[in-house]
Design a protein around this ligand. Structure first.
Ligand code: SF4
Ligand code: SF4
Length: 378
């Protein structure tokens, strides 16, 4: 992917539909936001008609509602419960199966997917999350072939955020709200005062080539400034913020009493890890039919919040909710730097919104920072 925009154009809704049609004609499966069961989820879409027109959302700790905006915006909401992780690193993936054939056993592996995805409306925080998973799953010595097959050839149409969710804190993590890398084309929705258009920035040659085939016009300086104002407003109205130097803060406070306090509320339900776009842990599971003729091994998302996850001979390493919450939060925000050279959190806020008891990673960090500032226990 290229490093940011090199040109800007304007398209309208017809141009957006033409973009989606052109991607499909080039063999891409279109994945984008759509309204389902009261939430905005990522799924297959056919065109503009499948986008959540006129939808906004309310997001806070343990709270999510889709709300009407009163206009025709197509991207007027923050991130929903899902991330692109579910397509690149699926929740369940069969690795192989074995079938008894007479006296023989036949082992079959499923072929890697040959599907080419186009992600429509990927946010800046999500591009950072994909970059983090790239580093973990294909950037090292041990490459995950399933992730690589899905990741290669993804066409990304990014969306610079026009609204901040109540739990978003990407601005304080330097991961948004404007996409700066990892996209082929990036859109900013310009709506109001009788207009509804999209400023399009080009991130790659492939993106530029596609844009050239669509009905578009060059963006004026005032339109580029208007798009910049959209993301500046989003950054200024962000719901939450992360403490500066949180990695060192947590590393200094591994025995802080706040870990006991949060453990009294944490249900160890795993929701935070399931919705997190960077969590990548999996376990394998073997199943067999009742006749003993066929068996299969599948990989499925797992979570550091389960007791089994850290089970080794004799017991679980992290047997208390305190130790599991501390492991998750310190890994995301502190030890991820030691392991992978970056943060493991992109500030999307999903773990706050989808925690049933509204535990808030920014609030936990703030509580520790404030107690430290008052000379509290480290
Ligand atoms: S922090 Fe919240 S979402 Fe995560 S395991 Fe605990 S209760 Fe569940
Ligand atoms: S830890 Fe929470 S805020 Fe950070 S990336 Fe994961 S879900 Fe988003």
């Amino acid at each position: 992917m290229g490093e940011g925009a090199s040109a800007a154009a304007i398209i309208d809704e017809t141009g957006l539909q033409a973009l989606l049609d052109a991607l499909r004609a080039r063999g891409f499966s279109l994945l984008g936001p759509t309204l389902r069961d009261g939430a905005i989820v990522y799924d297959e879409i056919d065109g503009v008609a499948d986008l959540p027109r006129g939808c906004g959302d309310e997001q806070d700790g343990g709270h999510y509602r889709v709300t009407p905006r009163g206009d025709d915006a197509l991207f007027g909401y923050a991130v929903g419960p899902q991330s692109w992780k579910r397509f690149l690193h699926p929740p369940v993936l069969r690795l192989w199966r074995a079938r008894r054939e007479g006296d023989d056993m036949r082992v079959e592996t499923d072929p890697e997917t040959s599907e080419k995805y186009a992600f429509i409306g990927a946010r800046s925080c999500e591009l950072h999350a994909i970059a983090i998973q790239d580093r973990v799953l294909i950037g090292g010595e041990h490459v995950d072939p399933h992730y690589r097959a899905r990741r290669e050839g993804v066409f990304v149409v990014a969306l610079n955020c026009g609204v901040a969710g109540g739990a978003c804190f990407c601005a304080s993590m330097n991961t948004g709200p404007k996409a700066t890398f990892g996209y082929d084309l990036a859109l900013t929705e310009l709506i109001g005062d009788g207009r509804h258009e999209f400023l399009v920035e080009i991130g790659t040659e492939a993106g530029g080539g596609l844009l050239g085939a669509l009905p578009h016009r060059g963006a004026s300086a005032s339109e580029i400034a208007a798009a910049q104002a959209v993301v500046e407003h989003t950054a200024a109205t962000m719901g939450r913020e992360m403490q500066p130097d949180v990695a060192a803060l947590l590393a200094r406070n591994l025995e802080h009493p706040r870990w006991d306090e949060v453990a009294t509320r944490c249900l160890a339900c795993t929701n935070c890890t399931m919705v997190c776009p960077t969590c990548f842990c999996t376990s394998v599971e073997d199943t067999s039919d009742l006749e003993g003729r066929e068996s299969a091994r599948a990989r499925r998302w797992d979570s550091c919040f389960t007791l089994d996850f850290s089970y080794i001979h004799g017991g679980s390493v992290r047997s208390s909710a305190k130790s599991r919450y501390r492991q998750w939060m310190t890994h995301k925000l502190s030890t991820w730097h030691d392991q992978f050279g970056t943060t493991g959190c992109v500030g999307c806020g999903r773990c706050i919104v989808w925690c049933p008891v509204a535990i808030d990673i920014t609030e936990e960090a703030r509580a520790i920072a404030e107690s430290e500032a008052k000379g509290g226990e480290r």
